[in-house]
Design a protein around this ligand. Sequence first.
Ligand code: GMT
Length: 379
Amino acid sequence: MRVGITCYPTYGGSGVVATELGQELAARGHDVHFISYAPPIRMNTADPHIFFHEVEVVSYPLFDHPPYTLALATKMLEVFESESLDILHVHYAIPHSVSAMLARSMAAPRRLPFVTTLHGTDITLVGSNRSYLPITRFSIEQSDGVTAISNYLLAQTLKEFDIKRPIDVIPNFVNCDLYTRTDAKELRAQWAPNGEPILMHLSNFRPVKRVPDCVEIFALVRAKMPAKLVLIGDGPDRGAAEYLVRKKKLQKDVFFLGKQNAVYQKLSAADLFLLPSQLESFGLAALEAMACEVPVIATNVGGVPEVVEHGVDGFLVEPSDVKEAGRYAIELLSRADRGREMGQRARINAKRKFCANDVIPQYERYYQRVLESASAARA
Ligand code: GMT
């Protein structure tokens, strides 16, 4: 199949999932054409089945906001024509599904079906804003196929958007061969030279992630035992987290790594992963940690309980309940095995439910279904 994929190429869950999906499809022999304003961060440029098409957004003094949605639609059409795409798959409804809808109309009577995958804030935060709700609902209704990454997000979409069309749940996934616990002795020695337990967090540091809560939780742990905190990622709340670290005089124990690639290598050094988000439709970072045998303390919100089972893979607490999270962290890290057994169970569950080898064929079958119904509709 020749698949066009559009996503946000920056650090963020939806872009990561889209890129990994493209990579997995390419590994199965499909030709994958990424269409975006920059190459996605985790894109493997060496794969001969992977191509990148840059959307050039022309500016003009009249434009306060250059119309990216239109330039993207034009590029989608161009790639469809030059590469004979079979299908377009857009990740994050806004504005990608609107561009795909325009490209499909421009391509007619030739067939350019498109699938929209909903990831979370495109429904729960941005899409439900009244400035975007009607057009988001319209583009979801008009998509040839729609998938959501968790049962929670499916229910939320049906409720908030009053959508009448079917939406399939295809969960996020992890490459279980890549995301596996590796020997991280060097990293451990660098961050925790005296064998201290390492707590870790990975996100885009947006307010919804509540990164300062990681520091609060860590401070409770640190008051009871020597420990280190490694924060991976960057974004609007990094300053607030750094300030809190200074205020609590934890500078020697907290490391800010900024944006990182190959996070599986770093995750393998962790004893515990923290995801104290206000809301998560899935919580991909928690899954990546689980695959690397790291138990997770996360908030009991959105789709997280579909990923992390309380008391099995880690623990779930209410948002902003840093005290409860701190108690669980201290309990886990005080165990004789420091949570290793829980981490091993976490990997077993991650593999059982969310392994790329099982999830990618679901996408392939879904594309096939969409292509068949699109040709049936035309006939
Ligand atoms: O919150 C983020 O990391 C950004 C956002 C995105 O679309 O880039 O993430 C959403 O999609 C991820 C991948 O499907 C999910 O794992 C996240 O839970 C979801 N974020 C929220 O719902 C807040």
